[in-house]
Design a protein around this ligand. Structure first.
Ligand code: 3H9
Length: 704
């Protein structure tokens, strides 16, 4: 076969095992091995049926994504699936773990499918910018129906074994050991004389022509809502539609053409980059140098929105949590904030009352710091003020057990200074959660000067337990995310002062792929946050920098903080979260421009995006230069998971590579003429353009 595919025999049953850890991806050697195994099985009269199974943790989880864009190596996956389907003896797929993408397609090439009850199947190609390219659009609808098949493909969701059974994707669930069950199934098939059953020739999932057409049309209309901006979903519908009236060979060719078209799109490159960037962010030097400290009990200081969100994230991770607040009223509110999350879960049918009670049993509200004596890690989530935080850390120093990790959830403050309030700065790290902390997956792990490797590794371990995406950030004002946000928010503020409407800026960003524009986002988060930040920094602001808060300050001076006051950049009707432009804000903008002596000018959508992104990328490069981020992909991950950057664009640094670093530099040079200080190009960008390097080159260097 090949090193990655073995064929063994148990009497008249052949067992083909794929062994390509960690996820049995269907790389060239696996495809060759499967193809050869089918040839051997067909040629051996003693074999009456065959089983395909994955070793280790899963049935193949898809094509090997690393091969995308490389010269193709035969046989193609589609060919392998058809070769399996053409086998002259019944072939049973024995599924455990996650049969995804090409993995599910291999199993659909098999004639029968049995799965471990905990197994899952799916066609998540949409998440990496392609469509199923090995018969998925052809075979899945034939067993599951068009509507279900398109729902699975367009959402990319994983379908549990029970649902897959009810949809006709699976034939049965294993009872006990999967391989034993699969062998019994295969023997039954042989005994019954059930021969090969080609999925591509089945039709029980399909409806009448009119029903099929209606399902295709409904999916086409739903794409705008369900897969906004994505290219691949429409091609899935096209390919499925084509397969209904064409031979398997023609349909396979058409599907392959659609797949190849998707492969050429920047979306596909952005999404594949996002896939690997997400997995690379936890690979940090400290993790290799030290083991995390034990972690089962955590303390949270503060029961506000952030403290409660962190508590829920920790409870969901199976940890015990003690929450401390300063008085009875505050801790009651804290407890209520936690409880209402689970009450909603019960209301929505996501949890039972018993499950809620079991989770809440791991939660201890308290008004005494002394109750934190056995916590392995304590996260402070109090008011964003240095004196308050230092006070908390001085107390933690007294009550925490030796070796407990002490973490601050600050989003801007200097953690070295916070750590100086303790006698153990080596145990202090930053854990910057994003609100709502139980939902948002980004966790910036901030590394102060004295933190030890095992304290840092413990932060990463917490992220893993909470299923968060951790990003290692060095110490600076705003760390990675908020520091870069500060720059592009300023670029947006300058554009509005200079003549762009805030609504045009937001529209440009939505068209770029953001879920909402920066002004709508400001209204959602509360404009008072930025206002108070600007006031805090007023004394240290440099005189030669252009001020960015003239208009926003005036909105706040009127008490217009955004959604919570019903008015900000937009006006909000009672209970409505979507605003309409605020005419009073427009008046303020006009006045501010007059006061600043600015003659407003036009900004095209293209210029808005060029400025917004140039500010973001330039600061990203400075963050890299200073070692605040270890690699460009960490910046991408930060913005994908914490700031709404459209995933299909891969993140700001990947976008820079695709837009062309030289073009970024040209934009910066153009804008630099009007404000040399703000738009000064990062030296890293200048050097990289000179050397013809890309941010991807830096990612590769970091990985090696
Ligand atoms: C496809 O099938 C196209 C076909 O229709 C047509 C072709 C013609 N390839 O996520 P994890 C690596 S498209 C290469 O941390 P988990 C991953 O990078 C494919 N590598 O584990 C990581 O490497 P490292 C459709 C892959 O347990 C390691 O495996 N399938 C692939 O949290 C462990 O991964 C998909 O899109 C791959 N396909 O989750 C499924 N998959 O250790 C993509 C994983 O160096 N995969 N790796 O960082 C997943 O969704 C998750 O990996 C899975 C396991 C759920 C399977």
């Amino acid at each position: 076969m090949s090193d990655q595919v073995t064929l063994t025999r148990d009497g008249e049953i052949a067992v083909v095992t794929v062994e390509n850890p960690p996820v049995n991806a269907l790389g060239a050697a696996v495809r060759q091995g499967l193809y050869k195994a089918m040839e051997e099985i067909d040629a051996d009269d003693a074999i009456k049926a065959a089983i395909i199974i994955g070793s280790g943790r899963t049935f193949p989880a898809g094509a090997d994504i690393r091969e995308f864009g490389q010269p193709p190596q035969p046989p193609g996956l589609s060919e392998v699936c058809t070769r399996i389907e053409d086998a002259t003896k019944p072939v049973v797929a024995a599924i455990h773990g996650t049969a995804l993408g090409g993995g599910l397609e291999i199993s659909l090439g098999c004639h029968y499918r049995i799965a471990d009850p905990k197994g899952r199947v799916g066609l998540p190609e949409v998440l990496i910018g392609v469509l199923p390219g090995a018969g998925g659009t052809i075979r899945l609808p034939r067993v599951a129906g068009i509507a279900a098949a398109l729902d699975i493909m367009i959402s990319g969701r994983q379908v549990g074994a029970k649902e897959a059974l009810s949809l006709g994707i699976l034939d049965r669930l294993a009872d006990g050991d999967l391989l034993d069950s699969a062998k019994s199934y295969a023997r039954e098939l042989v005994a019954e004389g059930a021969g090969p059953r080609k999925t591509s020739e089945r039709s029980e999932g399909l409806g009448t022509d009119a029903e099929n057409a209606a399902a295709l049309e409904a999916a086409r209309n739903g794409i705008v809502k369900k897969a906004k901006g994505l290219y691949a979903p429409a091609r899935m519908v096209d390919s499925m539609e084509y397969s209904l009236t064409h031979s398997l060979q023609d349909a396979s060719n058409y599907e392959r053409d659609c797949f190849m078209e998707c492969l050429k799109t920047p979306q596909q490159k952005g999404l594949v980059h996002a896939f690997f960037a997400e997995r690379a962010s936890a690979k940090v030097p400290e993790n290799g140098r030290a083991d995390p400290r034990p972690l089962s009990k955590i303390g949270v200081i503060g029961g506000g929105t952030m403290g409660a969100g962190i508590t829920v994230a920790a409870l969901n991770a199976g940890l015990e949590v003690t929450m401390v607040e300063r008085d009875k009223g505050s801790i009651d509110r804290g407890r209520n904030n936690v409880e209402k999350v689970y009450a909603r879960d019960v209301e929505k049918g996501r949890k039972t009352e018993e499950q809620k009670a079991a989770i809440m049993a791991r939660y201890t509200p308290s008004t005494s710091y002394d109750d934190l004596g056995d916590a392995d890690l304590i996260i402070e989530a109090v008011f964003e003020n240095m004196d308050v935080k230092k006070e908390v850390f001085a107390i933690l120093d007294k009550v925490a057990k030796p070796g407990a990790v002490l973490a601050s959830n600050t989003s801007y403050l200097n953690i070295d200074e916070i750590a100086s309030a303790t006698s153990r700065p080596e145990d202090v790290i930053g854990l910057h959660f994003f609100s709502p902390a139980n939902i948002m997956r980004l966790l910036e792990i901030v590394i102060p000067s004295n933190a030890t490797d095992d304290a840092i590794a413990t932060g990463f371990d917490l992220a893993k337990k909470m299923k968060k995406v951790p990003v290692r950030a060095g110490l600076c004002d705003g760390f990675i995310g908020n520091r870069i946000l500060g720059k592009y928010a300023t670029a947006a503020a300058y554009m509005v002062e200079d003549g762009a409407s805030p609504y045009a800026v937001d529209e440009a960003l939505v068209n770029f792929g953001y879920p909402m524009g920066i002004h709508a986002m400001g209204d959602l988060a509360g404009l008072d946050i930025g206002w108070s930040n600007r006031k805090n920094k007023a004394a240290t602001r440099s005189n030669d920098a252009r001020y960015n808060g003239t208009i926003a300050d005036r909105l706040c001076e009127n008490g217009w903080f955004g959604q919570k006051t019903g008015k900000g950049w937009y006006v909000y009707k009672e209970g409505d979260r979507r605003g309409t432009p605020n005419p009073d804000a427009e008046k303020i903008i006009d006045e501010a421009r007059r006061d600043l002596g600015i003659a407003p000018r036009e900004f095209t959508e293209d210029e808005i995006i060029r400025r917004y992104l140039a500010a973001m990328i330039n600061e990203g490069a400075k963050v890299l230069e200073e070692g605040i981020a270890l690699k460009p992909s960490d910046i991408d991950v930060t913005f994908l998971f914490g700031y709404g950057f459209p995933r299909y664009r891969g993140g700001p640094m990947k976008y820079a590579d695709m837009y062309g670093l030289e073009n970024v530099l040209n934009d910066l040079r153009e804008f630099e003429k009007e404000d040399p200080k703000f738009w000064k190009p990062a030296q890293l960008i200048i050097d990289m353009v000179e050397k013809g390097e890309s941010f991807d080159d830096l990612n590769k260097r970091a990985a090696s």
